[in-house]
Design a protein around this ligand. Structure first.
Ligand code: IPE
Ligand code: IPE
Ligand code: MG
Length: 256
């Protein structure tokens, strides 16, 4: 089965920058600088293989508590990325957006984000989303508040929730990749990840390559996603001529 038919939405926790730099006796921010140059390769590769949406965790609500110089460097790198990649994003028909609370970003960076978002909002290519100042719990709280504000007294449904998230158009996550060796989701896309396939790699983000990205997609493509159902071969077996025999086994197991 092709990657694009099975994996529409890929989310990545780009982790391990600080440890990558420290391991080379450099300050943590050096890892962020190197890591930011990997982003464009992976965006290109996701586009090449036909993934519909790529959501990148660039700065979490919890990351606000990092030392100020590190936070400021991350802001600067976002600005540099926007300046450097703007033309390519437009040329490749990529629909760009940032989700999260960007209020504390410098005004010039906010303007770059708004301009690129507006310019690309009707583009039909890859949906590229940066989660910046983003927290999954905050998104859920915001979705509920936004729903109750416009529907006072009404009970919220799963569909309502999905429709009131920051970017309903992205839908559920099919695959979450986390680099850097830790196996947790760190408040990322909590609602959208309910049935995501998870892939954790020890590779630290600055060392993450197009090749590894492709290999992960291939690996995950061969997994069977059952969504709570039984696998295809079992279901065929159950409805075949074995059904009567199975019925007897079940009856005796249930003590009938
Ligand atoms: C991920 O790398 C980038 C951000 C969280 C912004 P880290 O900075 O968390 O790197 P490690 O996990 O400390 O190595
Ligand atoms: C998650 O990485 C956030 C981003 C990659 C932006 P962290 O390094 O902040 O996560 P924890 O603190 O190890 O869970
Ligand atoms: Mg980390």
């Amino acid at each position: 089965m092709s990657v694009e038919s099975k994996i529409k939405h890929v989310a990545i926790i780009m982790d391990g920058n600080g440890r990558w730099a420290n391991g080379r006796s450099h300050p943590r921010v050096w890892g962020h600088v190197r890591g930011s140059s990997v982003v464009s390769n992976i965006v290109e590769e996701a586009d090449n293989v036909g993934v519909e949406s790529l959501t990148l965790y660039a700065f979490s609500t919890e990351n606000w508590s990092r030392p100020l110089p590190e936070v400021t460097t991350l802001f600067k790198l976002l600005k540099k990325f926007l300046l450097r990649e703007r033309k390519k994003i437009i040329k490749n028909n990529i629909q760009f957006r940032v989700m999260g609370d960007t209020t504390n970003l410098p005004e010039d960076t906010k303007k770059l984000i708004n301009d690129l978002t507006n310019e690309t909002e009707n583009f039909k290519g890859l949906k590229l989303t940066f989660a910046f100042g983003y927290g999954g719990r905050q998104e859920i709280v915001d979705a509920v508040n936004s729903f109750t504000k416009s529907n006072p007294g009404k009970m919220i449904t799963e569909e309502d929730m999905s429709n009131h998230l920051y970017c309903p158009v992205l839908g559920d996550v099919d695959l979450l990749i986390r680099t850097g060796g830790d196996q947790r989701i760190s408040n990322f896309l909590l609602w959208q990840m309910a049935y995501a396939e998870l892939y954790f790699t020890n590779t630290k983000w600055p060392d993450f390559t197009r090749k590894e990205f492709r290999q992960i997609l291939q690996n995950v493509c061969s997994r069977e996603r059952r969504f709570g159902q039984v696998c295809e071969s079992v279901s065929l077996y159950e409805t075949s001529s074995m059904a009567d025999k199975n019925k007897k086994i079940l009856e005796s197991a249930m003590g009938k």
